[in-house]
Design a protein around this ligand. Structure first.
Ligand code: HEM
Length: 492
């Protein structure tokens, strides 16, 4: 294997390799390089091997054919520290611990059976619609409102209540975490230069984690106290009654697996049940907040922006809503299955604007793809943005055309059509997909059913800025501002 060549890629300099083109490590930059070097190309970043995957066949190779080798997560200094040493699910390496954490998350936190999360989507969408209603015929920053909506949904699902004071504090912590995750750190590329990192960065990391500890520890303590007092009050009642009496948030669900104050690491008890520590609980809550907030908000905002640029498609969706729901009542959950064109619009949005444009994986051992050598611990960047716009897989790929999904045999995003993987595919694919889709469908259906939408100040559709910003997600660079007019014959 060592005699095999690395995949093709731009020529680098001695020692630093391709670090001169660090600014190209975005979905757009890597897509440009892929045009020159192909669906699998190699960059050398200091000591790090980076492989960019940009075509459906190469994505299938890493996410399906050789998935057990390609399913680890890369963790830099900041990620390791801020996830309590990969004590969560999203950054844990593939293996028995990750499998257990994923099982808990899928069954206890994201499952359709956990009605509380789904109810909070409905209630928060209702309250957003009422807020828009109060501003009809004036300019509404719908982008800001959508980000607030998904923050409220995830915050409520995680902590049960919606204290605005607490939420502001928590959002500040999340923003600092996000910046630190993305901060350039020389030690990630040259470990022997770790000493340069400086005390400033270390202090920021420590401060961020202390803030999170202070915030979530208080919430965990409150939940533990409440659980104890519920138990004391219900001593004589049957356990079944206790279960149905209290609404459980995610902290409650996770506390059911909590071991005891002194445990340093997760462990299995005598019944082979995993026991979690406080660090595990905090790290999982951060996964939910990072995974479920910006992803969903940016997808909804992009779908509205694309529809504002395509009045014909906007008209088709609103006509469908008129036929399926009528104008005398609000959309119900049971209507969603019949809104075929709306679903096509959401799929087309996810194709053109996958909320997570680059998936980050790491190889567990040496491997070979297409005759090229891929060393262990290589960083793999799967470019879902480039794959969704691959001209060999999609006709007229840059055009927003939802009706392409009406055709028989059109690809679906469940993970087996590798030209369309906004939620990933295989082991590390998104466990929150159903919840995310539900929030998207409910919000877009309500907003388009209740209101007519226009751009402000006579702005032409072609003038709408469609640039994105690159980070963990790729939201619009400018929040979408629109003017709504109420269109129903009933009150909201
Ligand atoms: C439009 C909505 C969403 C999209 C497009 C999306 C997309 C993705 C993608 C592409 C991945 C990574 C795949 C990979 O690395 O191969 C992922 C992972 C993940 N997502 Fe989502 N997501 C969405 C909503 C959500 C929601 C609502 C939650 C939770 C409430 C969530 C939680 C997670 C978690 C925890 C992971 C890490 C899984 C693991 O590493 O095993 N996501 N998501």
């Amino acid at each position: 294997r060592r005699k095999l060549p690395y995949p093709p890629g731009p020529k680098g300099y001695p020692i630093i390799g391709n670090m001169g083109i660090m600014d190209q490590l975005t979905h757009r930059g890597l897509a440009r390089l892929a045009k020159q070097y192909g669906g699998l190309f190699h960059l050398q970043m200091g000591r790090l091997h980076v492989l960019a995957v940009s075509t459906p066949d190469m994505a299938q190779e890493v996410l399906q054919v050789q998935d057990s080798v390609f399913s680890n997560r890369p963790a830099n200094v900041a990620i390791t520290y801020l996830t309590y040493n990969q004590a969560d699910m999203a950054f844990a390496n593939y293996g028995p611990f990750w499998r257990q954490m994923r099982k808990i998350c899928v069954m206890k936190l994201f499952s359709r059976k956990r009605a509380e999360s789904w109810a909070s989507v409905r209630e928060e969408v209702d309250s957003m619609v009422r807020a828009v209603m109060e501003k009809t015929a004036s300019q509404v920053n719908i982008g800001e409102m959508l980000f607030a909506l998904t923050r409220n949904i995830t915050y409520r699902a995680a902590f049960g209540s919606l204290s605005h004071e607490g939420q502001d504090e928590f959002m500040k912590i999340l923003q600092e975490f996000s910046k630190l995750f993305g901060a350039f750190n020389i030690a990630d590329f040259f470990p022997w230069l770790d000493w340069i990192r400086g005390q400033g960065f270390n202090k920021r990391l420590m401060k961020a984690r202390q803030s999170l500890d202070g915030f979530i520890d208080t919430i965990i303590d409150e939940h533990v106290r409440k659980k104890k007092s519920d138990k004391d009050n219900n001593k004589d009642e049957s356990p079944v009654e206790i279960e149905t009496e209290t609404e459980k948030d995610m902290v409650d669900e996770l506390l059911a697996f909590y071991s005891h104050e002194d445990a340093k690491n997760a462990f299995y008890d005598s019944q082979s049940t995993i026991k979690l520590t406080r660090d595990n609980i905090k790290a999982i809550i951060m996964d939910v907040m990072f995974g479920g907030t910006e992803t969903v908000a940016s997808a909804i905002e992009w779908s509205l922006a694309e529809l504002m640029r395509s009045p014909e498609d906007l008209n088709k969706v609103q006509q469908e809503l008129k036929e399926v729901v009528g104008l005398n009542r609000l959309v119900h959950e049971s209507d969603l299955g019949k809104l075929t064109y709306l679903k096509c619009v959401l799929k087309e949005t996810l194709r053109l604007h996958p909320p997570i444009p680059l998936f980050l994986h790491e190889t567990a051992e040496d491997s070979v793809i297409a005759g090229y050598r891929i060393p262990a611990k290589s960083r793999i960047m799967i470019n879902a943005w480039a794959i969704g716009r691959d001209p060999n897989a999609w006709h007229d790929p840059d055009r927003f055309n939802p009706s392409r999904f009406l055709k028989d045999g059109a690809p679906d995003f469940k993970g087996s059509n590798f030209e369309f993987i906004p939620f990933g595919s295989g082991r590390r694919s998104c466990p929150g997909m159903q919840l995310g889709l539900y929030a998207m469908e409910m919000s877009v259906a309500h907003l388009l059913h209740c209101f007519k939408w226009e751009l402000p100040n006579g702005m032409e559709a072609s003038e709408l800025d469609m640039n994105d910003v690159f980070g963990l997600t790729a939201p619009r660079a400018d929040r979408l501002v629109v003017v709504p007019t109420y269109r129903l014959n009933c009150p909201v």
